[in-house]
Design a protein around this ligand. Structure first.
Ligand SMILES: Cc1cc2nc3c(=O)[nH]c(=O)nc-3n(C[C@H](O)[C@H](O)[C@H](O)COP(=O)(O)O)c2cc1C
Length: 170
């Protein structure tokens, strides 16, 4: 078992990219998470919701905003069985409504992260990390939170070398 875990949430389907709405077969964050896991020989785990979000971009934004306002913790399909062997956990997510998607908090609040290093990576189209680092810190008491990385979502696919470099230097 690796001692580093890369956890990610990423949404396929319609998204707002430079040039307009595009249908993504693979989400931006998924590329980033895979590159980091590959560079560090880490375990990779996808957080996914039981109830899928709308394929339509605007409808999805409405659903995400309603969950954000309600501080919802949407049910997710599964969890990592045992986190005790991991000392560093990369948490990769798209910025939604100025923070991480609520499903990331469903996942994080399931565990006791005391003594672990958590590294946020936020893909976004302009908001940067926004409130996500503070919100993750609040959901992971006892963890040591390293400075997060913000990356433009549409640049993830072509940023393997940069992401691998960043991850290896931590
Ligand atoms: C529901 C929703 C909300 C979003 N909210 C923000 C936001 O607040 N700030 C921002 O910069 N980008 C926002 N975006 C853009 C995404 O963060 C960006 O496209 C990200 O790279 C998508 O990653 P993914 O393809 O892995 O899901 C939002 C996108 C969606 C679908």
């Amino acid at each position: 078992m690796a001692n580093t875990l890369v956890v990610y949430y990423s949404r396929k389907g319609e998204n707002h990219m430079p040039g307009g709405i595009q249908v993504l077969e693979k989400g931006n964050t998924e590329y980033a998470a895979e590159y980091i896991a590959k560079a560090l020989n880490a375990d990779l785990f996808e957080v996914d919701t039981v109830k899928p979000y709308a394929e339509n971009y605007k409808a999805c934004c409405g659903e995400a905003f309603a969950e954000f306002k309600a501080k919802a913790r949407p049910e997710i399909k599964g969890y990592v069985a045992d986190i005790s062997g991991y000392d560093t956990i990369f948490v990769c997510y798209p910025c939604w409504c100025g923070t991480a998607p609520m499903s990331i908090f469903t996942f994080l609040e399931h565990y006791d992260w005391s003594g672990k290093r958590i590294v946020p990576l936020c893909t976004n189209e302009g908001s940067g990390l926004a409130n996500s680092e503070a919100d993750i810190a609040a959901s992971c008491p006892g963890a040591s939170l390293l400075p997060g990385l913000s990356i433009r979502g549409h640049q993830c696919k072509d940023s393997e070398a940069m992401l691998a470099d960043w991850a290896r230097k931590l």
